[in-house]
Design a protein around this ligand. Structure first.
Ligand code: PLP
Length: 474
């Protein structure tokens, strides 16, 4: 196949790889970029350009310019060089947002992670005996102190905690669960499926809306029943004609029948949320006090720590769990342990915890404080004088997220952005493509930025995104 004269001309114009690499190195700041990446991206670009010319996909009549080509390659280098794991501004108003990384660590916890991650430690060394120690013991005392439990164990996440408990005590036996509590959490965690994976047999009792103590009693079988399991209905509310069995009653029954009572709290907390004028979420301490044998909860939901699964319970049961070989596969990492230890320490003084743990601070934030931030952002955006763009403070509601307080609207102040130039979904996309991405929400066809989850420093960044929008529009 012979190429047209045009194509031949274009191919000849392609700058040499070495020329391009040299130009990129001279013209742009690529000091931190590995040579190999610069050369790889340059070669890739030239190769694709050549293919496009031959195939006719590149059909510009313009001469290929070395400077322009270098700029294009530089952009692909930058894109490949920046981390995939990016900072995102959360202006959704969902405090514990699983897609955006759930809880932010307290500063103290984050600093401690850095220290323990960059130096050797007593992760599995008992400093008293000089012998091998258990990593779990680094936080066990604290969990016991704060929750009142006898013993504790920590694993990779709460899903792992539930799986491990079921696998240890209920493999091949029955676990009695109310039909109103067969929860699915965000698609991948469903109680019936976790049960199946663990080899436990699900014994459903009651109905979706009402389950009574006698349902549990009737379902009990001397040999088959291993456990009564209560699951916190984290992400939905059953309202109307409903009835649930209290933990206290179930605890009494489990003693009588000699079966284990376990509660999967999901988002466990040590703080009574009614103090913020919000509905009460069950606390870990209450669950322990009510007589459960095992309580499991997440580290990165309302607790406001790192991703982890915490099991608080009776000493003899925790000891058995520790001996389960699965623990090795579900084990918690040292950086997580470092963050968890400091987060738990903050709970020794609940007032301090509320001040220092971002998740608690955001949930309990004062409306005036949120309004002030909204005004600050409004002023900065208005100062840009973007044509036909209207900003307006609006009352709306935030969510706690993370499978907690599911139907609770937490009053908030948002900045609404409107323009007759483009739709709310165009704006949403533009903000999401910003660097760093800004995530807002759309309500009644209006783009909203909820300032509850935005820090003071982030206001400038959001305003910067609007500056980019202005440039794009002009
Ligand atoms: C969130 C949740 C889980 C899963 O916890 P992870 O820490 O995300 O693994 C399990 N059970 C309930 C009830 C939950 O709310």
């Amino acid at each position: 196949m012979s190429l047209s004269e045009d194509k031949k001309k274009r191919l000849k114009e392609i700058p040499g790889i070495d020329t391009l690499i040299l130009k990129i190195k001279n013209d742009f700041s690529v000091k931190d970029v590995p040579e190999s990446l610069i050369s790889k991206k340059s070669k890739e670009f030239v190769e694709n350009l050549r293919k496009d010319i031959v195939s006719g996909k590149y059909d510009s009549q313009k001469e290929i310019d070395t400077d322009e080509t270098a700029v294009k390659i530089y952009k692909t280098i930058l894109k490949a060089h920046e981390p995939n794991f990016k900072r995102v501004i959360n202006a959704t108003g969902v405090v514990v947002h699983t897609n955006l990384g759930r809880s932010l660590l307290a500063k103290e916890a984050a600093e401690f992670v850095l220290e323990r991650a960059t130096g050797f430690s007593n992760l599995e060394l008992d400093l008293k005996t000089g012998k091998r120690g258990l990593r779990y013991s680094l936080v066990e005392d604290l969990v016991c102190e704060i929750s009142g439990c006898e013993s504790a164990m920590v694993v990779n996440n709460n899903a792992a905690a539930v799986l491990l408990c079921l696998d240890t005590f209920a493999r091949g036996r029955e676990v009695v669960v109310s039909r109103g509590e067969l929860v699915e959490i965000g698609g991948s965690f469903r109680i019936p499926e976790v049960m199946e994976k663990s080899g436990a047999v699900l014994k459903e009792v009651g109905t979706t809306n009402r389950t009574h103590l006698k349902d549990y009693a009737n379902a009990h079988d001397e040999t088959r029943t291993a456990m009564f399991l209560k699951v916190h209905t984290s992400n939905f509310d059953i309202i109307g004609f409903t009835s649930k069995v209290s933990l206290e009653d179930l605890s009494k029954l489990s003693r009588e029948k000699n079966v284990i009572l376990m509660e999967d709290l999901g988002s466990g907390t040590f703080i009574d949320f009614s103090r913020f004028g919000l509905p009460k979420e069950p606390t870990v301490t209450e669950s322990v006090k009510a007589g459960t044998d095992l309580v499991t909860f997440s580290g990165d939901k309302l607790l406001g720590g790192p991703q982890a699964g915490i099991i608080a319970g009776k000493k003899e049961l925790i000891e058995k769990i520790r001996k389960n070989p699965l623990t090795r596969a579900l084990r918690i990492d040292k950086m997580t342990l470092a963050a968890l230890e400091i987060t738990l320490r903050l709970y020794r003084d609940p007032e301090n915890a509320i001040k220092k743990i971002p998740t608690l601070k955001m949930i309990s934030a004062d409306l005036r404080e949120i309004e002030q931030k909204a005004y600050l952002l409004k002023d900065q955006i208005d100062a840009l004088e973007i044509k036909n763009l209207k900003t307006q403070l609006l009352k709306s509601s935030s969510r706690a997220g993370g499978g907690s307080l599911p139907e609770t609207n937490i009053p908030t102040i948002c900045l609404g952005i409107e323009t007759n130039k483009f739709s709310a979904s165009y704006l949403e996309k533009f903000m999401r493509k910003n660097n760093p991405p800004v995530m807002g929400r759309i309500e009644n066809d209006r783009y909203l930025l909820d300032l509850r989850t935005v820090s003071d420093e982030e206001i400038k960044i959001i305003a910067g995104a609007f500056k980019n929008l202005k440039t794009e529009l002009e």
